[in-house]
Design a protein around this ligand. Structure first.
Ligand code: GUN
Ligand code: FE
Length: 454
């Protein structure tokens, strides 16, 4: 298939490449075979050997191809609660809203209802890769992996480990049980996708307060033995940090709790990282662990404003996470917008250098996220040899009457004087799933709207 028309992707943190006359050839295997940047006559592309009978997909005048988004932190199991958090903060939010919901997904019927919806919905928002938390339940977690595989979403699927300080109705009975169940999920997920083309397991200690030192050490050993990636939460809110200090009095810091267990490695995704000390930032950098910035959640649960500029300047790899349902939205585009907002609140105290630009948040949403999940050679941009994980963006044409319809919400170019930079900015600030016309993962069409091929 040859994808013809404008494409946009990040070259670096600050540089977004906007190519108006593009063509990207994608082979049968779903990988990008060529990228052309100045196509005068699209028909001539078929003269390439082997491409004579290629199918073509054209993006309209008011649109462009963009790499699929990478959600580096999302609780699939919490999707029914998106938007429900009241005025709670982390620790009471967990007990009030989260544990009762997660525990109810012991029912496979309920798990299926939730997981089919969350995978479809995130795909519709252009999320082609997600790092998911499921629940403690083995069968439900495995079902999430099945659903990702059948719907064609690239995913890391984690069975949540929590053996202490959790409600009796929702926890691992013992460290040994938790390890056995985690191993069972790893085995299952590796069996259904042996080459990890699409889905892979991820070791998931919920966070230090709900895992004993013994549990964390055992998961660290499992990580070392299997090489499977890891994800957890760190330094999200102040009472949580105080609790960690109380529970692990001999540890130098929150980050040190994970480090002592062998969990702080280049394959670890740490969500939130709102209140890290300079020593913790240095330790995380030294160990090569990655950070998922979850701006919507951090604001919703009033956890704080993560200082993303500082993290980046300290050489830490950062991506974006929706953190549904601490975060209220399954959209990574919304997170890009929220990341810009949070950086402006930081800037009001710390100065203008803290502000993130549209180019920077789009980088975090794609290339940054790809690095966080360790797939930077495969996804996040349009390079020869990478997989075609992409979305077709269609910008809006607001009807004069203002009646609502299926077109996107951004009031694009009424006077015909906007630059492509303006268009991209309008998409970032006003776009929605209505702007996402179609989505591909590894060359497979995994989502389309009625605007596709119209
Ligand atoms: N810390 C421990 N569990 C959770 C969770 O489910 N969501 C968030 N945001 N933080 C957590
Ligand atoms: Fe979370």
């Amino acid at each position: 298939t040859i994808y013809i028309g404008a494409f946009v992707h990040s070259k670096s943190l600050q540089d977004l490449e906007i190519c108006q006359k593009g063509a990207i050839g994608v082979g049968e295997n779903g990988t990008i075979a060529f990228v052309e940047r100045n196509v005068i006559n699209p028909e001539a592309l078929r003269e390439r050997e082997g491409w004579e009978s290629a199918k073509t997909v054209r993006v309209g005048e008011n649109g462009f191809f963009f790499p699929g988004f990478i959600d580096t932190h999302i609780h699939a199991s919490q999707y029914p609660n998106a938007g429900i958090f009241g005025k709670s903060t982390l620790l009471d939010w967990l007990n009030t809203y989260t544990f009762p919901l997660e525990s109810s997904l012991s029912s496979l019927t309920r798990a299926k209802q939730v997981y089919t919806r969350v995978v479809s919905r995130t795909l519709s928002h252009g999320t082609t890769t997600a790092a998911y938390y499921a629940t403690v339940h083995v069968d439900s977690t495995n079902l999430l992996a099945d659903i990702c595989l059948s719907k064609g979403q690239r995913a890391f699927v984690g069975r949540v480990c929590m053996n202490t300080l959790s409600p009796d109705y929702y926890r691992d009975a013992s460290v040994a049980d938790g390890i056995r169940d985690s191993q069972a999920c790893i085995d299952y997920i590796q069996r259904i996708d042996p080459s990890a083309e699409l889905v892979a397991p991820i070791i998931t200690p919920r966070f230090a307060p709900s895992c004993s030192a013994e549990c964390l050490r055992a998961l660290g050993a499992l990580h070392r033995e299997t090489g499977v990636r890891c994800q957890t939460h760190i330094s999200e809110n102040k009472p949580e940090i105080a609790l960690v200090k109380e529970l692990f009095p001999d540890s130098k810091s929150y980050a040190d709790v994970y480090d002592a267990a062998g969990l702080l490695t280049p394959k670890m995704i740490l969500a939130h990282a709102v209140h890290l000390t300079a020593e913790e930032v240095a330790l995380i950098k030294a160990r090569g662990a990655k950070i998922s910035h979850c701006p919507a959640s951090n604001t919703a649960l009033t956890s704080g404003c993560a200082k993303v500029r500082e993290l980046i300047e300290n050489g830490i790899t950062v991506g974006l996470g929706t953190d549904v349902s601490g975060g209220f939205s399954p959209s990574v585009l919304e997170m890009a917008r929220q990341a810009i907002w949070v950086s402006r609140f930081v800037a009001m105290n710390d100065g203008d250098q803290a502000k993130l630009s549209t180019e920077e948040v789009l980088y975090l949403a794609t290339r940054g996220g790809a690095k966080v999940v360790g797939l930077e050679d495969k996804v996040g941009g349009f390079e020869v040899g990478m997989d075609w994980d992409a979305q077709m963006i269609g910008l809006g044409a607001v009807p004069e009457s203002g009646e609502s319809n299926l077109e996107a919400d951004d009031p694009v170019d009424i006077f015909g004087w906007e630059s492509w930079d303006d268009r991209v900015a309008k998409w970032v600030y006003n776009g929605s799933d209505k702007s996402t016309v179609a989505v591909w993962v590894k060359g497979r069409l995994v989502h389309q709207t009625s605007r596709y091929e119209r």
